[in-house]
Design a protein around this ligand. Sequence first.
Ligand code: ADP
Ligand code: ZN
Length: 602
Amino acid sequence: MVDALQSAREVLQQVFGFSDFRPPQDEVIARLLDGGDALVLMPTGGGKSLCYQVPALTLPGTAVVISPLIALMEDQVQALQQYGVTAYALHSGLDAGDTQRIEEALGEGRVKLLYVAPERLLQERSLRLLARLQINLFAIDEAHCVSQWGHDFRPEYLRLQLLHERFPTVPRVALTATADPRTREEIRSRLGLLQAPVFQRSFDRPNIHYRLQSGGESGRQQLLHFIRQHHAEDSGIVYCLSRKRVEETAQWLQEHGLSALPYHAGLDAATRRRHQAMFQNDEVRIVVATIAFGMGIDKPDVRFVAHLNLPKSLESYYQETGRAGRDGLAADAWLHYGLQDVVQLRQMIQQSEADAAHKALELERLEAMLGLCETIGCRRRELLAYFGELREQPCGNCDNCISPPAVWNASEAAQKALSAVHRTGQRFGIQHLIDVLMGRDHPRLRSFGHHELSVFGIGRDLPANTWRSLFRHLALRGQILPHPEGHGGFCLGPRARPVLRGEEEVWIRAPATEEPSKSATGHPRSSTPQDELWEQLRALRLELARARGVPPYVIFHDSTLQEIHRRRPRDRAALAAIPGVGERKLENFGEDFLRLMREQQA
Ligand code: ADP
Ligand code: ZN
């Protein structure tokens, strides 16, 4: 066992160029090499792939990796090939010739890793093929796809139990970045892994800086400031709720001189593929997308993920923001939300076809998301607590930690606002309610007789935008709810009563007065070097990538490139010592990079 782990360590060093495992990689690998099953829960970017790639290369035979998306498989296969590993992907996108070539290579025992889509794997033909091979491991990636409650549910995953029946002695490892306890238990029971130990790594992504904001200028205007200020040259993803918003936003960013393309399910498959490839190859900086985009994206150097709408749960938020900074370098998760988002999401849940239990669950998830928006404490602490990780200390790398928000006691104002909702009959929109509170007399208001109400004009002491932010807060907290019949009106929610009775205080953030220049203070600067050598290193990487038709990060990740920049290696030994430079990469790219370094120093 100790010997086996030692061989695994050699594989890690020689093939991948890394000196040590990141816990719990070593424990997972030891378990698999020992013939046991395992469930691995690690955040995106945590290093799940090596948990099965290293044992696949350590053991004789072929490892089979089940993955739900062709793009994901292709990405991994391409990366493995650059490390000199024989890996293929079997899926419906291949023609008969390709399939036959792969099957021959398998038959000859040359393939170390075979990626395969679940529906393909479960075909009798594939199962018979596997039965003739020496399979050393089954890795079930994105294992949360087995969860019927989740957003990535894939029915074929439910049949993967079959693997254990057909190949009872082959160890299985299931991996996911979805951590909530419910999903974890579903994976364990549905994949027949109840006996398997769970290996979990903290879900914290310390390199991600969280920033959530509302109010102020329009969301996209604020987004533009943010990108120009912090990420003018970086790759990023912008999420919007609807296709229309995606199109408009992409176009608007283009008009403002940024390199951006749209991505959503309404575009034809060829266009989607092209936009995705351009993003991966650094030919376009920003992709504006609906959530359709991302699951197949393994780009490690995404420097920011921005949301122009609220995600519908913390699971989604965590997963989407997790696509930033997979290489471990500083990255931003930025979100702007408005009252409209809350209304829209609540209505989507109310009007969905789902049964009552499902709706209640969705609503609960939305509440947690809204809680994160409204919190005045550390965002990271709140986020991790949701995933069951409690921590004492604030993180120091979120907006609330860096500039603690000013708050005020809005209890009395909240009572006035709720009374206005109540007295006007629980069916008017925010603008009308503000007019009533501020005593703005106009014919429409008069036509309802609202100028005669006791609440008319009782809120003249506060400006309209303060009322607006207060109503948004009340909506976020469920103290007011969108009227069931829509029309933009609001009624009182069950949580309004304690506030009206004075049993519960309402503390809210002081209205946003944030100016773009001010918001920059205390924001961690990106650690990317900015000099000629850096540009040359990037240009060389791009050239090598273009020549091979792969994305630049497949040649070297930014983190590896930065180490080269910092250490300025002069010979092969020095270059080989840099993390991410394995034997094959040293052989293929070493001379080119060393030549560049020598020219620099000449
Ligand atoms: P995940 O699949 O969990 O999202 P990956 O397997 O893609 O994560 O790994 C994320 C990044 O971490 C990759 O750049 C990978 O090369 C790097 N990485 C993984 N394990 C190690 C390690 N032991 N040492 C150094 N880098 C590692
Ligand atoms: Zn914090």
